[in-house]
Design a protein around this ligand. Structure first.
Ligand SMILES: NC(=O)c1ccc[n+]([C@@H]2O[C@H](COP(=O)([O-])OP(=O)(O)OC[C@H]3O[C@@H](n4cnc5c(N)ncnc54)[C@H](OP(=O)(O)O)[C@@H]3O)[C@@H](O)[C@H]2O)c1
Length: 327
């Protein structure tokens, strides 16, 4: 492309403000429009964030000069609006979790293929140099074979009207914050689990706190916890046959004073723990650059497979936690 990708945002969501700030750091995209169900809300968001056009969702998808769409809608609306945008010929960067089931994810990628456009699930942490360094160290054998991963993400949700507490909108701690540990584990192990077990505590018919165990063909076992009823936390411990890595796998290391992760080689507690510094980066900028790379050079089969596996795994965990029989 010889011009920056012209991007529209579907929904004046809270997260969209941070996204616009990250997009400003990229030379390769320009946020040109915001769509809302409410014209006054669209106009106010556009004014507050210096965006040219305030539109309805339908007008935004119909605009011929918009190349791509960012979708920060409630989780249950990711599939229908991504499919509508893909059918309108727009590349789509959709917020996590991409879909509520494997079938939905497959339908979304089919729509992308039919229109010859790109669909990407938005996980900013994946593009952080921290994550890439961790993946490289594991591939080089720095901690041996992964045996266990324990990964957690949670915070306190106080607003009773939050979309996260509405079951009809795809609410619940797993889909909101637990999708990070699930994606992190899938990224490092490289395939979906072969067996899942899970338990949850429920509030308003959504999972408020959930714990799951994932077993993999390699023999690795992973544990995921997530919650809307804890202090803010996000961390992972990857334990291999020859060492361990501990990380917060942040989306935006730009917020940390001294972003880093920890590596201890071998299995002797006296071995030094190396604190490995990483650059401070805005994850939205990195994610957008990866999105534009895909638009310019083609889809990533690995990213697509990961998103489909993530959708399957999240649905499987929820079904098991609810006691629904699965295949
Ligand atoms: N990557 C990250 O760091 C990150 C962080 C937080 C959230 N997220 C994801 O981003 C998405 C949005 O989260 P958020 O916290 O920004 O949510 P939010 O502030 O509630 O925004 C969701 C937006 O969706 C639109 N919408 C359309 N139909 C709706 C309905 N029936 N009910 C409520 N809203 C509706 C609304 O925009 P209009 O009224 O303008 O149409 C609303 O502003 C979620 O998928 C979440 O998982 C990602």
């Amino acid at each position: 492309m010889n011009h920056p990708i012209r991007l529209g945002i579907l929904g004046a969501a809270r997260i969209a403000a941070g996204f616009v700030a990250g997009a400003r750091l990229s030379q390769r995209v320009e946020v040109v429009a915001v769509g809302s169900r409410d014209a006054a809300k669209a106009a106010e968001f556009a004014r507050a964030h210096g965006i040219e056009r305030a539109l309805s969702y339908e007008e935004l998808l119909g605009a011929m000069d918009i190349d791509a769409v960012y979708i920060p809608l409630p989780n249950s609306l990711h599939a229908p609006w991504s499919i509508a945008a893909l059918r309108a010929g727009k590349h789509v960067l959709c917020e996590k979790p991409l879909a509520l089931s494997e079938a939905e994810a497959l339908e979304m990628f089919e729509a992308a293929d039919a229109a010859s456009v790109v669909l990407l699930e938005g996980y900013p942490y994946l593009y952080q140099p921290m994550m890439q360094q961790i993946e490289r160290l594991i591939a080089e054998g720095a901690i041996g074979e992964i045996q266990t991963i324990t990964a957690a993400c949670g915070f306190t949700l106080n607003n009773p009207n939050d979309i996260r507490l509405d079951p009809s909108l795809g609410g619940g701690a797993l889909l909101d914050s637990g999708c990070y540990p699930v994606s992190f584990i899938r990224q490092l192990i490289g395939n979906r689990p072969t067996r899942v077990s899970a338990v949850a505590r429920w509030r308003n018919d959504v999972d408020e706190t959930l714990a799951a165990t994932l077993e993999f063909a390699s023999g690795a076992i992973a544990q995921v916890t997530c919650s809307f009823a804890t202090g803010l936390h996000r961390s992972a411990l990857i334990a291999g046959s020859g060492g361990i890595i501990e990380t917060e796998f942040q989306n935006h290391t730009i917020r940390s004073q001294t972003p880093s992760f920890r590596l201890r080689r071998g299995s002797d507690w006296r071995n030094p723990t190396e604190t490995i510094p990483v650059p401070r980066e805005d994850g939205f900028r990195l994610e957008l650059d990866a999105f534009v790379d895909m638009i310019e050079h083609g889809d990533s089969a690995a990213r697509r497979a990961a998103s489909i596996d993530n959708a399957w795994t999240l649905a499987e965990i929820l079904n098991i936690a609810r006691g629904v029989a699965t295949a």
